[in-house]
Design a protein around this ligand. Structure first.
Ligand SMILES: Cc1cc2nc3c(=O)[nH]c(=O)nc-3n(C[C@H](O)[C@H](O)[C@H](O)COP(=O)(O)OP(=O)(O)OC[C@H]3O[C@@H](n4cnc5c(N)ncnc54)[C@H](O)[C@@H]3O)c2cc1C
Length: 289
């Protein structure tokens, strides 16, 4: 479904998986011919339309993994199998890799979901995968069972409280994995401060590093200008969400602030503005998101 008209297609929810207390995955029996890294605009009529990364599009099913965060995602979390949502897209840039490469995928919180789609597709191209997932604690991890089933994939888990896996941040695990293996590319999705650290590690080891940047979006296809990034003025919905770490280094705002629906700066380290939803799964090093 390459939606050239930019109109949403109304689709029925066919399955819902509870991933953790505030994260759910919604399945739809459609394919939109998307690639890992891309996103859709998900429409809840009468409420709002929001960008959501594609967590699987295997030709039969489309999956979207949502964290209950504000007015739209909380309403969607209450929906049941058989209820309908609007979807338009796919939009945005993709994660790039070559046949047979050794990839390190670093996910935080619900960011592991789009990386699962990436792993699923990269395995078709004979890639070898180190999947590094981090969360606050065991109960906040997502997709673990599905990741364990993937061939040619080593799963590395980090939790802040040490309830499972390495005690600490997943970026520490990345350093270890990247020093013990010849990694061709690093791809990451999750809290911005985590991704900033991943970018620093990748750059310091001269490894191509691709980062999925999340900004408040309204149209999703480059018209409204809501998601422009300072100071370059590039729109993250069309030049992103996946960008190279070297481009992100040129952006003053990456790792410092993002803008809300009215364009006001929201600093990542402001605990008042950036407090995490309890149980969201994102590590304490970050904002919820
Ligand atoms: C490319 C892209 C992919 C995304 N993929 C996913 C995904 O797979 N799963 C998922 O759960 N969420 C994803 N998001 C984030 C998701 O779009 C927001 O969480 C959602 O818009 C919140 O909507 P809401 O109405 O529930 O919350 P609101 O009431 O609109 O907002 C709640 C709070 O979150 C802030 N906020 C909202 N959207 C963003 C944003 N995009 N960046 C930073 N802060 C924001 C608001 O300023 C406010 O403080 C993605 C965002 C982008 C840009």
């Amino acid at each position: 479904m390459q939606n050239k008209t930019q109109l949403p297609k109304v689709v029925k929810i066919t399955k819902i998986i509870d991933e953790n207390p505030v994260v759910k995955t919604f399945y739809f029996d459609i394919s939109i011919d998307s690639r890992p890294g891309q996103f859709v605009m998900l429409w809840l009529p009468g409420v709002d339309e929001k960008p959501i990364s594609i967590a699987l599009d295997d030709g039969k099913q489309l999956a979207l993994t949502l964290c209950s965060r504000g007015k739209t995602t909380r309403q969607i979390a209450k929906m049941k199998v058989g209820d309908r949502l609007g979807i338009r897209g796919p939009y945005g840039t993709v994660f790039n890799f070559q046949e047979g490469e050794h990839l390190a995928l670093v996910g935080g919180g619900y960011g592991a979901a789009p990386l699962y789609f990436l792993a699923h597709e990269a395995l078709k191209k004979n890639c070898k995968i180190e999947f590094i997932e981090g969360a606050r604690s065991e109960e906040h991890l997502v997709y673990i069972d599905r990741l364990k089933e993937l061939p040619n994939t080593t799963l590395h888990i980090a939790t802040d409280d040490g309830s499972v896996g390495f005690k600490g941040y997943n970026t520490e695990l990345l350093k270890k994995v990247a020093s013990e293996n010849k990694i061709d590319r690093i791809m990451t999705c999750g809290p911005e401060l985590m991704m900033q650290k991943v970018g620093e590690i990748g750059d310091s080891k001269n490894i191509n590093t691709q980062i999925s940047v999340e900004r408040y979006m309204k149209c999703g296809f480059g018209v409204c200008g809501q998601c422009v990034l300072d100071p370059l003025g590039i729109r993250s919905c069309v030049s992103g969400p996946v960008m190279n770490s070297k481009v992100l280094k040129m952006l003053d705002e990456f790792g410092k602030y993002h803008r809300d629906d009215l364009g006001r700066k929201q600093y990542f380290l402001n605990p008042q503005k950036d407090a995490c939803e309890p149980g969201c799964g994102n590590s304490a090093q970050s904002e919820c998101g």
